[in-house]
Design a protein around this ligand. Structure first.
Ligand code: SAM
Length: 275
């Protein structure tokens, strides 16, 4: 990666991870409780907007979609993509734990792989419920635990000591955060304690298909910039770190290689809850 042509982590996320993981998952999420014509939908922790854009096509011209995310880089890519597609979504930067939105403004809230990253999950779910109309629906996808995702866990075990060697304060916990809310009983308790009723949790799986296996490790590591901002700020450190982990991580990834793809099974819970 030259400094000149360096994409942002959000661009890497959109280019490499959305087609493999988040686009197929969006179909499962929205099939679980499809947005209806004319509804107002809020996509919390919307990333580059894959769920919001598809929801916009379902609610039609009389519906309204808002996408929000903490990361301004994600919001920038989301705005660019919806403008290019001619899809009407309002994207705004904000914190899911303290939504800058009025009470009861939405018929539906969706959140695909976002809740597990919140430092205060209880606050995030209370906010989710606050902005829903009475009788509104929340639909959440949250990955199952690390034991169901052995490639990522094994990679984190390789990565953690190498990151520490650079003086970076990144723990195994940080690296496995996507899988940190894997117990459906915990997810149910969070939703119930926030005041949701009729909580229904199902399991779903996808085979994430990543093109260009030889770039898998580099792309994955670079997209980690959310937990390791130094990767964006110091390209030389990133290059050196990649060189240090490559032999060990490549061996792990090879086991998932199938021709010109890396295929990684991923398992989620999908929760549908009523306000
Ligand atoms: C794995 S991504 C999922 C993005 C998107 N929902 C998708 O399906 O592609 C997790 C997202 O959560 C966002 N996020 C983390 N903490 C947040 C917070 N406190 N408030 C809003 N968004 C947050 C991150 O910026 C990131 O975009």
């Amino acid at each position: 990666m030259t400094a000149q042509a360096r994409p942002s982590p959000a661009e890497v996320y959109e280019e490499y991870f959305v087609p493999a993981i988040f686009d197929p998952l969006t179909r499962l999420l929205l099939d679980a409780a499809p947005p209806q014509p004319d509804e107002g939908v809020l996509d919390i922790a919307c990333g580059t907007g894959v769920v919001a854009r598809r929801a916009a096509t379902l609610v039609g011209p009389a519906g309204a979609i808002v996408g929000m995310d903490l990361n301004p880089g994600m919001i920038e890519v989301a705005r660019r993509l919806s403008a290019a597609d001619g899809v009407r979504v309002e994207f705004r930067q904000g914190d899911a734990q303290e939504l800058d939105l009025p009470d009861g403004g939405f018929d539906r809230v969706v959140c695909q792989q976002g809740v597990q990253f919140l430092a205060d999950r209880e606050a995030g779910l209370r906010e989710m419920r606050r902005v829903l109309v009475p009788g509104g629906t929340a639909v959440l996808a949250v990955w199952q635990g690390p034991e169901r995702h052995p490639l990522y866990t094994a990679m984190a075990e390789v990565e953690a000591p190498h990151l520490t060697a650079f003086g970076l304060a990144v723990t195994m916990e940080d690296l496995t955060a996507p899988f940190s809310l894997g117990d459906p009983a915990d997810l149910r308790a969070l939703l119930t304690e926030a005041g949701f009723r009729e909580v229904d949790i199902t399991e779903a799986s996808i085979d994430a298909r990543f093109a260009t296996p030889e770039r898998f490790v580099e792309r994955l590591e670079y997209a980690y910039a959310a937990v390791v901002p130094a990767f964006v700020e110091d390209p030389e450190m990133f290059t050196q770190y990649l060189a240090n982990i490559t032999s060990e991580t490549t061996a792990l990834v090879e086991a998932y290689r199938d021709g010109d793809h890396v295929i990684v099974p991923m398992h989620t819970h999908i929760a549908v809850a009523r306000n």
